[in-house]
Ligand binder design. Structure first.
Ligand SMILES: Nc1ncnc2c1ncn2[C@@H]1O[C@H](COP(=O)(O)OP(=O)(O)OP(=O)(O)O)[C@@H](O)[C@H]1O
Length: 291
C-alpha cells in the first residue's frame, strides 16, 4: 500500500516524516428520516509518519465521526481521506483502532494471547511468527504473566492493555485511538498514557488520539488539533513544544505544559460558546469572540 520512493521500515511503513494521512475538505452530514445533522463541516490536515497527533473539542463536536471517517467505517459526504497515497474507501489494511469500550472490543471466550493473535491470523501471518509477535506485544504492555487469562479475569486497565497489545502486534502503519482511557481510574490512566508514549517511541508508531482530556492531549501529543463545536472545523493546530522525554510529574509541572493547557482550555471554552474561525475577522463579535 506504500507509494512513492520513501524508505520503509521492516514493517513496511514509510520513514518518519513521510506523508502518512491526508484529510482534505472532509465533510460528514448524517441524513435520516428526522433530518440532516452536519457533524463535520470542513476539515483539512495532514499527519506525518511517526507523529503523535491528539484531537480535542467540545462534546458532540464530531471527534468520533472524524475517526470513523479516517478508518473508512463511515463514508464522507464530501472531501477525501488518503492513507499513504491511497484514498480510504473502507477499513485500510495498515490501520488499527483502540476504542474506549475495551470490554466490547475483546472476545470474552478467548484468552489474552488468542485475542492478540486474532488479527494476525486474519492478516495471514504464519503460525511461528504469530506466536513470537503475540508474546512480544503482550510483554511490551506488561502482561507477560497472564497470556492464558480471559479478559473477564482482568481489571479494566489490564483489558485495555490487551487491546493495545492487539493493535501494536498487528504493526499498523497508523493507530487510531478513540478516548481509550476514559473508562479507567486516574492512576491507571496515567500508566496507560506512559505506555502509549513508550510504545510510540519504541515502535515508531503514527498515532491519532482523540480525548476529552486537555491535559492528556498536551501530555501525549506533538500536536493538538482543537475542534470547534458542530459543524466542526479546526480552531487551531497547536504544536506542543515539550521535550520528547516526558513524565507525569516533571512534564505536568513544566511552565510550557501549563501555558499549552491554558491556551487549549481557553479555545475549547470559546468553542463551547460557539466561537468559530470565521469570527476572527477583526475579532469584532457578537458575544463569542476571543477575549
Ligand atoms: N449515526 C448518527 N446519525 C445522526 N447523527 C449522528 C450520528 N452519529 C453522531 N451524530 C451526531 O453528530 C454529532 C457529532 O457526534 P460525535 O459522536 O462524532 O461527537 P463527539 O465529538 O465524538 O462527541 P463526544 O465528545 O460526546 O463523544 C453529534 O451531534 C451527534 O448527535
Amino acid at each position: 500500500m506504500t507509494t512513492g520512493t520513501a524508505p520503509v521500515d521492516p514493517a513496511g511503513r514509510p520513514a518518519p516524516g513521510a506523508q502518512m494521512l491526508q484529510v482534505a475538505g472532509l465533510n460528514k452530514t448524517y441524513r435520516s428520516a428526522q433530518g440532516e445533522t452536519e457533524a463535520i463541516r470542513d476539515l483539512t490536515f495532514d499527519v506525518r509518519a511517526g507523529e503523535m497527533v491528539c484531537v480535542v473539542g467540545p462534546s458532540g463536536a464530531g471527534k468520533t465521526t472524524l475517526l470513523r471517517c479516517l478508518s473508512g467505517l463511515l463514508p464522507p459526504t464530501a472531501g477525501t481521506v488518503t492513507l499513504e497515497g491511497d484514498r480510504v474507501t473502507g477499513p485500510p489494511k495498515g490501520m488499527a483502532m483502540v476504542f474506549q469500550e475495551y470490554a466490547r472490543s475483546l472476545f470474552p471466550w478467548m484468552t489474552v494471547a488468542q485475542n492478540v493473535e486474532l488479527p494476525l491470523k486474519e492478516k495471514g501471518v504464519p503460525k511461528a511468527e504469530r506466536r513470537s509477535k503475540v508474546r512480544t506485544a503482550i510483554e511490551a504492555v506488561g502482561l507477560g504473566d497472564v497470556p492464558d487469562s480471559y479478559p473477564w479475569q482482568l481489571s479494566g486497565g489490564m483489558q485495555q492493555r490487551v487491546a493495545i497489545a492487539r493493535a501494536v502486534a498487528y504493526e499498523p502503519h497508523i493507530l487510531l485511538m478513540d478516548e481509550p482511557f476514559a473508562a479507567v481510574d486516574a492512576q491507571t490512566r496515567a500508566d496507560l498514557e506512559d505506555l502509549v508514549r513508550h510504545l510510540w517511541k519504541r515502535l515508531g508508531l503514527t498515532l491519532a488520539f482523540v480525548t476529552h482530556d486537555i491535559d492528556e492531549a498536551v501530555y501525549l501529543g506533538q500536536r493538538v488539533l482543537v475542534l470547534s463545536a458542530r459543524p466542526t472545523v479546526i480552531l487551531e493546530d497547536v504544536t506542543i513544544d515539550l521535550p520528547a522525554e516526558r513524565d507525569q510529574l516533571t512534564t505536568r509541572s513544566d511552565s510550557t505544559f501549563a501555558a499549552h493547557r491554558a491556551h487549549i482550555y481557553d479555545l475549547v471554552q470559546q468553542a463551547k460558546r460557539g466561537y468559530r474561525p470565521e469570527d476572527r475577522v477583526g475579532d469584532v463579535d457578537h458575544g463569542k469572540a476571543r477575549p
